[in-house]
Design a protein around this ligand. Structure first.
Ligand code: AMP
Length: 291
């Protein structure tokens, strides 16, 4: 890996480090100067959704640290770990102008050295939906997030609502393990046509990308039905499913109206209801949600 150093808008360099030792050295100086640290964990292949989290961190904190790490423990054996897009240089070129000062881009052995034997298991909100369809996924997420929190020791960490269940899992982890980090959840950034931005849309053919719009369209329909007074969750889910039936080539993993805190499916929709969808378009798996 080539450590890069690109000027950022804050007048500081955007430094790329790969080791925990370098990360710690950079952060110690900021801590000594009583500067607050905002942290944005990512898997790279950055898009405007990630950059909106960097902007939020920039607005709230003195220093911004971004991690880029395709975390092997959160991928299942038949998932896309090997082919997940990786382009550190392009990512750093996007981060520097947004004012990120430090990019932590470790190799897997830096995070999981030989002998690593501790994993973090969140139950409750981690169990349904993504947890059921991707066994072990949230164990990998919780483990890497806690490790990164321990390494970066941020004051505030920024996550996207796009991964709604993940944000609940992280909040649970932070509360249960007394992690001294404030968790912020930022709105989902979308393409002009409504598709939630995702590193995985790069895999989609033009035709599949068009099919993938059914996720955001069905969420829009749910919002419209709710705004028009519909409160019967099963009725709303049925209307959403009709759009999927009319879109060949898209297979639903789950589609649910759930409680925004517990993620248990609801019978009546309220202001605290979240509509959650995961679907496969060809061999690409997309998720989306709206409150
Ligand atoms: P990832 O690189 O997919 O692990 O995502 C890193 C962070 O960016 C997570 O907190 C995601 O929820 C967030 N994120 C991903 N896509 C979006 C989006 N379209 N809008 C806002 N945040 C996003």
């Amino acid at each position: 890996m080539n450590p890069a150093s690109i000027p950022s808008t804050t007048g500081h360099e955007c430094r790329v480090v790969g080791s925990h030792a370098e990360l710690r050295a950079a952060i110690q100086a900021w801590r000594a100067a009583k500067q607050t640290i905002g942290f944005v964990p990512t898997m790279g292949a950055l898009h405007a959704g990630h950059l909106s989290l960097v902007d939020a961190a920039r607005a709230e904190c003195d220093r911004v640290v971004v991690s880029i790490f395709v975390n092997p423990t959160q991928f299942g054996p038949n998932e896309d770990f090997e082919r997940y897009p990786r382009n550190l240089q392009a990512d750093v070129a996007l981060l520097a102008p947004r004012g990120a000062e430090l990019v932590f881009a470790p190799q897997p052995a830096e995070i999981y050295p030989p002998g690593h034997a501790t994993m973090v298991e969140v139950s409750g909100v981690a169990n349904p939906w993504e947890g059921a369809f991707r066994p072990g996924h949230f164990r990998g997420v919780a483990t890497v997030v806690l490790k990164l929190f321990n390494m970066v020791a941020p004051d505030v960490a920024f996550f996207g609502q796009k991964d709604f269940q993940q944000s609940l899992v992280v909040r649970r982890l932070v509360a249960d393990l007394n992690v001294p980090v404030v968790v912020r959840v930022c709105p989902t950034m979308r393409e002009a046509d409504g598709l939630a931005m995702s590193s995985r849309t790069a895999y989609l053919s033009t035709e599949d990308r068009r099919r993938g719009l059914v996720l955001s369209r069905s969420l829009k329909l749910a919002t419209e039905l709710f705004a028009a007074g519909e409160r019967d969750a099963h009725q709303i889910m049925a209307r959403m499913r009709e759009l999927f039936v009319a879109t060949p080539g898209v297979t639903i993993d789950y589609l649910s109206l759930a409680d925004g805190d517990t993620l248990a499916e609801v019978d009546r929709a309220t202001a605290n209801t979240v509509a959650l969808i995961a679907a496969r378009v060809g061999n690409v798996r997309l998720i989306d949600n709206c409150l």
